[in-house]
Design a protein around this ligand. Structure first.
Ligand code: ACM
Ligand code: ZN
Length: 747
């Protein structure tokens, strides 16, 4: 195991030829990410000086050599190119290339006190070796200082990735990111030996790629009118794309463009309405979600359009892979379109899922004709997978498994571990680090079909570079290490320490990285008598301070015993700086506390609210439906029975529901309340109807309360009626609606 991160060590030497003191500075702690496969360390160091030479006889790594020289120039060191191996103090780059090795990413970096030798079998291997060398150098190396000799520890590193596909998706449609931001991300991907930028370029909310044959795609499709009437939009010109692709190529990053079809195509349809089933004019979407206007699968003009677009895409992107989306395509328009229905008849397709499969297969054949490989989201499995298609599994790992079982390649990016748009509550650094890109239940041969993984950075809620950086970093470092080193035994503490050692590098790259984890979690131990709260630190190096009902903040130690209802506020600190977002939760003392209700439903494993006691544990759900306190079911209604254990005089019953209609979460139609004095014999005491429209687009919590007149009862029953399905006006009409509940308060 590598030593934990400790600060820079300085060795002070007296230089031989002058009376000036020169410090040899090197990073004593090795914090390389991703962790090399094999690393051993000697006690000595290699010291760079003004005579350090570089010997690189192979012309095939000219580009890598240029980047190496630039890297050292930034640190104030001009490497002297030599034509013959010198006696000492040199870097030697050796390319052992044979035809068989052109794709090998392996490198061997051997450093002793006299020389650095980097050996690889391909230019990409040389490039990864240079990234490792940079990570061995002190961070502040690129800020040249007088009287300092930079050095690196003597190490022997033999390294190679386990997965060939190590990617990050960047959605530049929901929000647009400037060329310079894309380049910054390419630099970072390369620094962490990720090799794929999956560039999401077309969406409902904006088409971002200039296409000569269809100028309205950008003239119209790149701009949306926001709810406040401002215009939002931009796009990449062909020369922007060429510049970015070339920049990426130099850094061994492949850019895989994603051109979405048949769904997520509202911006294209806004530009060219004849591509939809209705042909009616629509606008570029200005809300988030899934929209029902999609490309018409019955109209040959759709395919002519997409083929022409793709020909221009092929010309721009050298990638052998093209992503065609394929996810979240509502079938509502197709069900009601004579052209689509005619196509289904003519092609003998049994349903709209088969029509989607027809669509994807037709595009796959076109790609194949042009020697391009098709990647699509796991929905492309529905209705039959195109012969050589690659599946990107996002709705869990089943898509990857199904693909591998049928001999198709797969890329794993499940929402559980790889969605960097999710907040830290759902996916923190440790969760990403625990990611297993190989689905369970595959034999050794089937496992070969898992090409690797990706993290997905969707940007609905990422309006700017600052937010982007805070979401991607440091989580990207975990993804990088998982995909490079798998299935090595993982030690999160060691990784966490190395991440601390990477922060100075991220600062140099002007990355505004975020927190590793949510700073605090509350565990609530509620019984009939007491409500005790244990605060868990997100990581051991944090200090927590808390306040209950606005008391002065004090350092948290031990367990808090809450005597009344109120608000608990907590702030974490790391290195004496505020860390992460402040935490606040409301607690409620009531007669039901600590009683385990009988639930007439099976709650979602994603939204348990903390388990069987979620509704009576006293802690209330917040405006974040993923905060762990909401309990949810899809499509079903909820029936809850509570036994108070003895007759109690009741004054009020209340509960709360959540609405976020673009996430398919709706209030119940109504809630019926019942009470009883003996088991199984209930008397209805009232109904509270929902008086807020399901169309309400705000995110909010609504209480459903019933006041009763001090009636004695032991049993309480509540029935909350799910609206069942998303209504016809909804972006995903007919989809199963969610019902989210928290706390059944009994007074
Ligand atoms: C996806 O997140 N819709 C692929
Ligand atoms: Zn149609």
């Amino acid at each position: 195991m590598l030593p934990a991160f400790i600060p820079l060590l300085f060795f002070v030497l007296l230089s031989a030829c002058s009376t000036q003191t020169q410090s040899v500075v090197f990073e004593n702690s090795i914090s390389i990410i991703p962790l090399p496969q094999h690393i051993s360390r000697q006690a000595s160091v290699f010291v760079f000086n003004t005579n350090t030479a570089v010997f690189c006889p192979s012309k095939k790594v000219e580009q890598e050599f240029i980047l190496l020289k630039e890297l050292f120039k930034e640190g104030g060191i001009s490497l002297n190119e030599v034509a013959q191996l010198p006696q000492q103090n040199y870097i030697e780059i050796e390319l052992k290339d044979t035809v068989a090795n052109t794709k090998s990413e392996k490198y061997h970096l051997n450093i002793d006190s006299t020389r650095i030798r980097l050996t690889a079998y391909s230019p990409v291997g040389v490039f990864w070796g240079i990234q490792t060398l940079r990570q061995l150098l002190p961070t502040n190396f690129s800020q040249p200082k007088q009287n300092i000799l930079w050095a690196v520890p003597a190490v022997d590193i033999i390294d190679f990735p386990v997965f060939e596909w190590r990617g990050m998706l960047l959605d530049c449609c929901r929000h647009f990111f400037e060329k310079e931001v894309i380049k910054k991300y390419i630099d970072c991907l390369a620094f962490y030996k990720m090799n794929t930028l999956h560039w999401h370029l077309t969406e409902d909310q904006g088409w971002r790629l200039a296409i000569d044959a269809y100028p309205r795609l950008t003239a119209v499709g790149a701009y949306r009118k926001e709810a406040d009437s401002t215009i939002y939009g931009d796009f990449y010109s062909k020369s922007d794309v060429q510049e970015i692709v070339a920049y990426a190529k130099q850094r061994h990053i492949s850019i895989v463009p994603e051109i979405e079809m048949p769904g997520h195509s509202q911006a294209a349809i806004a530009a060219y309405p004849h591509l939809s089933c209705t042909g009616q004019p629509i606008t570029v979407a200005n809300k988030w979600g899934v929209f029902k206007d999609v490309y018409c699968a019955g109209n040959d003009q759709t395919f002519e359009f997409l083929e022409k677009v793709l020909l221009e895409v092929f010309a721009l992107f050298p990638s052998e892979y093209i992503h065609i989306g394929g996810d979240e395509c509502p079938k509502f328009r197709w069900e009601n379109c004579s052209k689509c229905q005619n196509r289904m008849q003519a092609e003998n397709l049994k349903d709209e899922a088969a029509l989607q499969s027809y669509f994807i297969n037709r595009m796959a054949a076109f790609l194949e004709k042009h020697q391009k490989k098709l990647i699509g989201w796991d929905e492309i499995l529905e209705g039959g997978l195109a012969p050589n298609a690659i599946v990107q599994s996002w709705r869990g790992m089943n898509g990857a498994k199904e693909a591998a079982l049928s001999g198709h390649y797969a890329i794993a990016s499940p929402t559980s571990h790889a969605y960097f748009d999710y907040d830290l509550q759902a996916i923190d650094l440790e969760k990403v680090y625990s990611f297993d890109p190989v689905p369970s239940g595959l034999n050794a041969q089937q496992k070969q079909f898992i090409k690797g993984g990706e993290c997905n950075m969707w940007t609905e809620r990422v309006p700017d570079e600052k937010t982007l950086d805070a979401k991607v970093f440091p989580r990207l470092l975990a993804m990088s290490e998982v995909l490079w080193t798998y299935p090595r035994e993982r030690n999160y503490e060691d990784f966490y320490q190395r991440v601390q050692g990477q922060y100075p590098f991220l600062e140099l790259k002007k990355i505004g990285y975020g927190a590793e984890t949510i700073p605090v979690k509350a565990q609530v131990y509620t019984s009939k008598q007491s409500m005790n709260v244990k605060l868990l630190k997100g990581s051991p190096d944090l200090t927590l301070k808390y306040s209950f009902n606005d008391t002065v903040f004090q350092v948290y130690e031990g367990i808090l015993s809450l005597q009344n209802s109120g608000t608990l506020a907590v702030q974490a600190f790391k290195n004496n700086q505020r860390y992460g977002t402040p935490f606040a939760r409301q607690f409620r003392k009531h007669l039901g506390n600590g009683i385990v209700p009988e639930l007439g439903y099976t709650y979602s494993s994603f939204y348990t609210g903390g388990g069987p006691q979620a509704l009576t544990n006293g802690i209330r759900g917040t405006l974040d439906f993923r905060d762990g306190n909401w309990q949810a079911v899809q499509k079903e209604s909820m029936e809850i029975i509570l036994d108070l254990g003895a007759l109690k005089s009741l004054k009020q019953l209340s509960t709360a529901f959540f609405q976020k209609q673009d996430s398919w979460i709706f209030l119940p139609e109504k809630v019926d309340f019942f009470i009883g004095t003996v088991a199984g014999n209930f008397q209805k005491v009232g109904t509270v109807k929902n008086d807020i429209s399901p169309k309400e687009s705000k995110v909010f919590i609504k209480k459903f309360s019933l006041t009763i007149d001090s009636v004695e009862a032991r049993y309480i029953k509540l029935v909350a009626f799910n609206i069942g399905h998303c209504p016809v006006w909804h972006a995903a009409p007919g989809s199963e609606a969610w019902l989210f509940i928290d706390e059944l308060v009994v007074e």
